[in-house]
Design a protein around this ligand. Structure first.
Ligand SMILES: C[S@@+](CC[C@H](N)C(=O)[O-])C[C@H]1O[C@@H](n2cnc3c(N)ncnc32)[C@H](O)[C@@H]1O
Length: 259
């Protein structure tokens, strides 16, 4: 089986909430995203089952874009009367029908876009959607071999060597392992979350991270006509430290626009 933009979502959608619903977005995240969205809908790329979309939609309308039909379906089921527009589309091709003040990809989704080509297309499309004062926000980890990934209460590990297997979570009836292979020359790691639940078939949920150092993302963004405006370590706008920060929240604006 080949891996493409839809693979992660299609394989993971029915397990996603069991694995990640206890990773509650901090209030500061929702506050900041709502503030940046201003008076236009926010566009979330890789909205999944709505872990961030739904609390944000309590504050502003959200165009929730995901390559996986199954992820979009799960989100639509939960959205109720909230102003959420679920959209099944690949970030490589999606451009909203109007300009918006905020496009964002959080929780390492930028690295999960299947390839450099998709990542570059996403950055170009973000530029096409933004208003003059608008913001593209990316939240992702800083690649640090051997370190735990900042992905919630049950983190995986960035492989130090060629491969790594680590325990993500264990309860009385469930064990989740994280198994990853590192392809450092390609700046990629390929991983599977292996879910073992007593009395049920084994689930193997694959993902691929095409990772970049923060400064490399700035170069890609620059080539798409976007300029770094802010970089923080966390949603509370704490100072990013290139030596120690586990992740970064980076804000870009269209080049050629004022501060
Ligand atoms: C790590 S999940 C994040 C979900 C949600 N934003 C959250 O914070 O819980 C990444 C999501 O990106 C989606 N995705 C992956 N590649 C994509 C692409 N090329 N275009 C749009 N969505 C994509 C996956 O289907 C998945 O739902």
């Amino acid at each position: 089986m080949t891996y493409d933009s839809g693979t992660y979502g299609e394989r993971t959608a029915d397990e996603y909430d069991a694995l990640y619903s206890d990773f509650v977005p901090p209030a500061a995240q929702i506050r900041l995203l709502a503030e940046l969205a201003g008076t236009t809908p926010a566009v979330e790329i890789g909205s999944g089952t709505g872990r961030v979309t739904l609390p944000l939609a309590e504050r502003v309308p959200v165009f929730a874009v995901d390559a996986s039909e199954e992820m979009t379906r799960q989100l639509a089921k939960k959205a109720g009367d909230l102003p959420v527009t679920p959209i099944t589309a690949d970030a490589a091709h999606y451009v909203a029908g109007r300009r918006v003040d905020l496009v964002f990809a959080c929780f390492n989704t930028f690295f999960l876009l299947a390839s450099e080509q998709v990542q570059r297309a996403f950055l170009r499309n973000a530029g096409r959607m933004l208003t003059d004062g608008g913001t593209l926000l990316i939240e992702t980890f800083v690649p640090r071999p051997g370190q735990r990934l900042p992905d919630g209460p049950h983190p995986g590990v960035f492989p130090r060597q060629r491969s790594v297997v680590s325990l993500k979570r264990r309860t009385v009836d469930t064990v989740v392992f994280f198994a990853a292979e590192h392809h450092d020359a390609e700046q990629e790691f390929h991983y599977s979350e292996v879910v073992l639940r007593d009395g049920e078939p084994v689930r193997v949920l694959p993902g691929q991270m095409r990772y970049w150092q923060p400064e490399q993302i700035d170069v890609l963004a620059g080539e798409a006509g976007l300029l770094l405006r802010e970089r923080w370590e966390d949603w509370d706008r704490s100072r990013y430290d290139a030596a120690t920060s586990a992740k970064h929240i980076s804000l870009y604006r269209l080049a050629g626009q004022g501060q």
